[in-house]
Each structure stands twice: as structure tokens, then as C-alpha cells.
Write a protein that binds this ligand. Sequence first.
Ligand code: ADP
Length: 529
Amino acid sequence: MESLPHSKVRRQIIIYLVEVLTLFAIYFTSARFGISLNAVGQFATLVWVPSGTAVAALLLFGYRLWPAILLGAFLSNLFNGAPLLAAVSIGVGNTLEALVGTFLFRNYGLSHDLDHVRDVLILVLLVMPLSAIISATIGVSSLSLGRAISLSSYAPTWSAWWIGDMISILILTPLFLTWSTWSRPRVSIQRMAEMGVLALFVLVVGLVAFLGLLQTDQRSYALTYLVFPPLIWAALRFGPRGTLSAIVALSSLAVVGTMQGFVTFSSGSVSENLLLLQCFMGIIAITSMFLAAVVAERRELERHKDEFIAIANHELKTPLTSLKGFAQFLQRRFVRAGDEESVGLLLRMDAQINRLASLIEDLLDVTRIEGGKLQFHEAYFPFDELVDEITEEAQHATEKHNILREGLAKETVYGDKDRIGQVITNFLSNAIKYSADSNEIIVKTAATDHQVSLCVQDFGPGIAKENQPYVFERFYRVDSATAQCHSGLGIGLYVSREIIKRQGGNIWVESEKGKGSTFGFTLPLKEKA
Ligand code: ADP
């Protein structure tokens, strides 16, 4: 095996030493800070940054950084007055805590993004309690054996130690891990604005709920419920990373408030208050982390589904094009041979292929909309001409209905003619499809100074009021016998709404059960330059 060049080895040693020293400095300072805040039985504290930091550091940089933890825990406890042997033993316990936590995290293959319910479950039920038990038990037992704490304070010291470490591993480890995977995506202005408003909201809630802003009676428990709205907002919109950032911000404000005796949790001594607070924050953190994971999982599933639809569409389109080509080839042959019956059958086959192609095209449009890739080719075109053309085509497709054409817009519209035509076709084919028991459909166009409008009215079964708000949603089909017996994917109106929205117009439905429906849209008029 080739040995590494000398300079490379030296560089690696220096990097390693820098990493160890940095972690040691963070561990030592935050440990001193935690103990100085408030210590139960002089040694255990409920605000314990080191544990969560240590597990995150080992997960991100490897087990090899363990000496930093050993040294940090040993020195901070020695300085805090622990007997030498007890300080060594605490150092070992804290190091084991981080090593075991890291091992469990890796062994169960938890993702650094904490974006799966399973990952949060394992963190909460296994990694967090188990690793913290090791440190609390070794630490408090060695202090007790070294007579640094009395036997009577064993239990409160142990529980403060355990809870402090758990909260730290629950909140801080995931915070560092989720930020370590951040890839600086391009963020839209709207999203930045939303983040800004949420950050402000978190700050205001923190100040009101934990620092006594706006109130004189500081013991109102009801105010602590204020933490839910911003955390739910963060979980729904900004995933585990956003949620954890909000939790840490709120927790920090809560700790400051409790230390100052400001808040809700201020009925007993500082350590009792902190115990109550940390239990409260722990439960809130677990709840919102689960919510964030559920939302993240759902998003991922949606993405997979969209990818699947896109691939499936592509795979379906290729054979369909060949099928169409062969059908046309056969048709020409049968025409030459004078076989009328086969030509008729092939024409019907061609119509079915066209129907399939348009369904696939609709599905493709859905994936284009989801990916923000719906293309528009805009130009000026006479609106009435387009409506007449499509009405005529629709009339050919139905023998039962008489499609009446009313009104005239007499305007030239600027937009994508094919896409707008797609919306009108969709309105008309729905009207034909869903009003099989009536025989009249009205297509009306009109114009004002600023816009043109189109309505398609049918006299079919209509749509119940409670279902109307959803008909433009993706994959929505009114759950009635009517929809059941008509083929469809529930995407025509969704695509139509997107087209009209992108063209700057409005789309709507008016309907009364049993009397029929009117679907309509308006499009803005643009002056020709
Ligand atoms: P699809 O017709 O393929 O199911 P759409 O998105 O075009 O999908 O329509 C969504 C749902 O709205 C339909 O499933 C149907 O239940 C309802 N709907 C649409 N147009 C009408 C209509 N003219 N009359 C009654 N119900 C309608």
C-alpha cells in the first residue's frame, strides 16, 4: 500500500486538531454557560447545549472527534467543583452518550433531513432517551459516589440531567443536521417575504408568551398556547428545518423569560420552572417535528407521483404515435381495396386513439403546471372566430344536442389561441358529456371595454353548491352517479383554470342542482401597440 506523503499527513493532523479544539471550545463554553444558568444539585442543568451539539458533531464529522467531548465534559465539571475521579467519569459518560447517540442514529439509517415520520419516531423513542440515560446515570452516580452530591438529591439531579440532555438531543442535533443539508436554493421574493413574516411572528409570540410583553399578569398559562400557530405554519410551509429553527428561537426566548421569572412557568424555584418549561417545549417540539415530517413525506409522495405521471405519459405517447401511423396506413390500403366496412372500423379506431392522445396530453399538462412549465405562445386573434370554430366542431361530435350560439364579442384577444380553445373545448365537451338528458347547450360571448367573456350553459343535472368550489381542483370529480358513469380524469377544469389564470382572466361556475350549469371565463383586452 502506498503511504501518504508527509505533508498530507501533517495537514490531516492539523485539520483534525483544529476540529477537536473547536468542538472542545464549543462544548466547554456551552457547558459552563448551562451550569451557570441554573444547576440542580450544582451539576445538572436543564439548559444543556453540549449534548445535542456533540451528537451532531460526531454525525457530521465522524466518531474521531470524541476526545473533544471527553476533554470538554471533564474540564467543565472539574472547574465546577467535581472531584477529579468523578469529573473523569462524567467525561466518559458524556462521551459515551454522544457515541451511542451517533451509533443509533446511523445504525437506524436516520436521514439528516428528519423528513420521515419513522426518523422522528426513532429519534424520540430511542436515540434521545437512551443516550441521555447513559450520561445521566454515569454522571450522577459518580458524583454521588464521590460524595459531591447527597443521596437525597440523586433523583432530582438525575432527572434534570436526563431531561436537559434529551431536550438538547431532540432539538439541537436535528437543527444542526437539517441545516447541514441546506443547499442554498433560489428562493422567490414571495417566499422570502413569507419567511420574514413568520420570523417576526415567532419573535412576537416569544415575547408575548414568554417575556411578558403586553401583559401585567405574567402567569397566564393560556398565552403559552400561542406557540402553536407559528410552529404549525413553519411545519406546513418550511419543513423540518424551518420548524426546528422556530422551536429553537422560541425555546431560547422561553428560557430567558423563565430565568427572568417573567413567565407562565414561574411558580416555584428556577429549576422547577425550567423543568416545567423544558417538558412543555419538549412536547411541543416533538409534536411539530412529527407534523413537519408528515408534511415533508406528503410532498415527497406528490413529487414521486408527478414524476411517475410524466414518465408514464412519455412511455404511453410513443406507442400511441406508432399505432396512429399504422392505423392510417391500413386505412389507405382498405380505401384502395374498396373495403368500406374496414375503413369505417379504422375511423372509429382512429377516433379512440385521438381520445387517448388527448387524455395523455391533459395529464402532461398537469405535470407541466406542477413543474411551472406550461408554455404559452401569444398572439392577437379574433375571439368570436375561435368560439365559432370550436362550437362547430362540438356540434359535429353530438347528435343529441343543439348548440346555440348567442352574442358577439367583436374583439381581438391577445393570448394563446390553442390554449384558450382548449378551455372552450373542455367546457363544451363537459356540457355534452354531463347533460345527456337534455338537448340544448348555449354558447354566449360578450365584451366590455376591458374584457371579453364566454359562457357555456347546459341544462343537465347541475352541481351541488357544496361541490362547486372544488370542481377546478386537480383530479376532482363530483362524487355522484353522474360522474361515475362518465369517463374522465377530473383534470380538464383544473388545466382550464390554470390557463385562464395565466392569461390574466377569471374562470367560474354557476350551477343549480337539477337545473344545469354555466361555466364561464373572462379575458382581459390588450390595446394593440
Ligand atoms: P372530467 O370531466 O374529466 O371528470 P373536469 O375537470 O372537466 O374532469 O370536471 C371535473 C368534474 O366537474 C367532473 O367530473 C364533473 O363531476 C363536474 N362537471 C364538470 N362540468 C360539468 C357539467 N357541465 N355539469 C355537471 N358536472 C360537471
